[in-house]
Design a protein around this ligand. Sequence first.
Ligand SMILES: [Cu+2]
Length: 360
Amino acid sequence: MSGALLAGAGFGVGVATGDTGHGAAHGSTTADGTASPQTAATGHDEDPQLATEDGHDHSVHEGSEGTPATYDPNAAPGFGFRARDAVLPPAPAGRRHKVTLTITEKVIEVAPGVRQRAWTYNGTLPGPVLRGKVGDTFTVTLVNKGSTGHSIDFHASQVAPDRKMRTIEPGEQLTYAFTAERAGAFMYHCGSAPALHHIGNGMYGAIIIDPPNLTEVDQEFVVVQSELALGPQDGLAKLSKLYTADYDAVAFNGYAGQYRFAPLTATAGKRTRIWVLDAGPSAPSAFHVVGTVFDTVFKDGGYTVRPGDAAGGGAQVLDLAPSQGGFAEFTFAEPGEYAMVSHRFADAARGATGLFKVTS
Ligand SMILES: [Cu+2]
């Protein structure tokens, strides 16, 4: 695929977007826009040619210069902290969903005392959780109120990326319609170059497409895991750290450790489902709830464990590569305090932890 074609399509030359494998022009990027190690030495934000060719204003990435903010895993949030609601409502009625996603830049607290100037869909990090059923149509209007070009790539869609996933400039909008033909917990994200920075700076979210005959449960939650490569306080995520996956913190639903400070509540003896998406951009997740065994696991499009399985197996972890998603079901056996973690413990130590307060 030629660079000219890519440029004409609105994607960064040589900087891959989405999952389409456009990375050939410079031979330095992989399918999701991540840099190969040899690129890391310079970094795309240091490359004026790329900054010009990909249609980005080089200056917008300067917000990640300066002394990075630091994450203190022992710090607690200040007065007024409110955790993001992790309870997942059922899919809305109707088979056609109209959604407007407005891209804004917003200073957001991502860990106790740590604020970053995030690029957001609808002002939150992650963006809103969308949900529907197999066969539903989503019509998404993307409105760019940011200061640089952005885009959106729904992994639940099967569309021509050069059209639907194209970068739009500030002040522009596009409509992205697709029918969700497959079930799963899919990622959506900005694919504008460098996608690594746009995802790392907050432009990601989950779209959940229920499998047919999804069983009813009593309580349902959603957790989106992501890494934080901190730039300066109130600045952009640090692209050079993103290239080496040298991130400072790991967040569930956009804030490191937030459900330690504001535990989720659940009831013992009731069936519980947790949807998990690993938004990355680069680290895997090994999602585990201490004190439970998953009797049902649906991972990246299919069941790997079910209660009636002849093997009688249970799962301890929902393991997800970056951009994979799924759900686990289980029952809290008795009241108590149950931790959820990424069992990749270097990440748990950096914020990938939370608590359930389980009552009778
Ligand atoms: Cu973007």
